[in-house]
Write a protein that binds this ligand. Structure first.
Ligand code: ADP
Ligand code: MG
Length: 363
């Protein structure tokens, strides 16, 4: 993202401390999210994703730092005045209300007259191809239709940024894959900025223009799915994204993708090059076979390694459990791993860049 890209959200030194004496849930994070992009906050449970999202939404107070929406400081604004809207897990529709009344609900809360809110809600339901089902209750709608009602309900306030907290995680796997394709399609069609929290690497990879990988209240890496998957910044990201072996070398830790590992039988005439290992597990997966191996000469935490072989390669030279092999990789495919995000030293409450911007805006 270059400096000219308009930003939907800018987060500066954002911190959330729920209680004195425990580590902050979010620790002075900085983040810039391009306008019209699909951003996924990704990380293990408890890493601070929902806290970050709720602070953007205005559902959680900010301990320190700032949140800007299209250059407007929204840190202290009430949720309804921010230009954000939230879509919740399983869509959280009111079961006793029709699709139309679900969509109209927030307008009713705002005191918009009945005819006006019905007109606007019907219009939005048309927009998400749900106009013909406006009188149905949520239980009479499919999962996909419910998602569209939830989307219309979030869009009725004309947000600039849609916030989604694990919207798909309570769905069965088949529906989840369908719904994420639909979310992605709507985001592109509406041209809105989506910020979507998930703990699923697969979901983030499928959806995101930009992935933000979080751990322990810090951001470990920001990048496109391709950048993050192919150049994990540190051991945490490589392990969390999956599909990589983390190996110790004389130059420090590296990551090598499972499908970039080379495996040779050790019993062939002459010892092939590579690290000695034994096959501990063989899993046929169709397109690929996944071999689990134990390195002979590695510390216990680094011993387990996986190799992903294309089916044809696996079938042409089958391996057996317990077999001794040699493992190697093309050094060009190895990624050096950095130390990971360091907990920052406390910064003054207001960052210099933000102060400059504020002064510029005030001038
Ligand atoms: P995630 O969404 O990534 O799973 P959360 O943002 O919900 O993580 O939580 C981050 C950390 O903050 C966790 O340690 C969690 O226990 C703590 N936490 C979350 N909400 C509260 C709260 N309302 N009060 C106190 N601690 C909280
Ligand atoms: Mg959460």
């Amino acid at each position: 993202m270059d400096a000219a890209t308009p930003l939907a959200i800018e987060i500066v030194a954002l911190t959330k401390r729920y209680a004195i004496g425990i580590a902050p849930a979010v620790d002075q994070i900085d983040l810039r999210i391009a306008s019209g992009s699909y951003c996924c906050l990704l990380g293990p449970s408890g890493c601070g994703k929902s806290t970050t999202l709720r602070m953007i939404a205005g559902h959680e107070s900010v301990t320190q730092g700032d949140i800007l929406l299209e250059n407007r400081n929204i840190t202290r604004l009430p949720a309804a005045a921010r230009g954000t809207a939230m879509m919740f897990q399983s869509f959280a529709l009111f079961p006793h209300l029709s699709a139309l009344d679900n969509v109209a609900f927030s307008l009713k809360m705002k005191g918009v007259a009945r005819a006006e809110r019905q007109r606007r809600s019907a219009e939005l339901l048309e927009r998400v191809a749900m106009g013909h089902l406006a009188q149905r209750k949520p239980a009479e709608l499919s999962g996909g239709q419910q998602q569209r009602v939830a989307l219309a309900r979030a869009l009725i306030t004309e947000p600039r940024v849609l916030l989604l907290d694990e919207p798909l995680s309570a769905l069965d796997p088949f529906l989840r894959v369908q719904m994420r394709a639909e979310l992605r399609r709507w985001q592109k069609e509406l041209g809105l900025t989506f910020i979507h929290v998930t703990h699923s690497q697969e979901e983030a990879m499928a959806l995101a223009d930009t992935m933000v990988v979080m751990n322990h209240g810090l951001i470990e890496q920001v990048g496109s799915p391709h950048q993050v998957y192919n150049h994990p910044s540190c051991e945490f990201v490589a392990r969390f994204m999956g599909g990589h072996n983390v190996l110790q070398t004389a130059d420090g830790p590296i990551a090598v993708r499972h499908d970039h590992m080379q495996i040779a039988s050790a019993s062939a005439s002459g010892e092939p090059p590579g690290l000695p290992a034994r096959i501990t597990d063989i899993e046929y997966q169709g397109t690929y076979a996944l071999l689990g191996l134990a390195l002979d000469d590695a510390p216990p935490a680094m011993r387990a390694v996986s190799v992903l072989l294309p089916e044809s390669r696996f079938l042409s030279q089958p391996f057996e459990l317990g077999q001794a092999v040699r493992l190697s990789w093309d050094p060009a495919q190895a990624r050096a791993l950095g130390p990971g995000a360091q907990r920052p030293a406390p910064r003054p409450p207001q960052s210099a860049s933000l102060k400059l911007r504020r002064d510029a805006l005030a001038a």
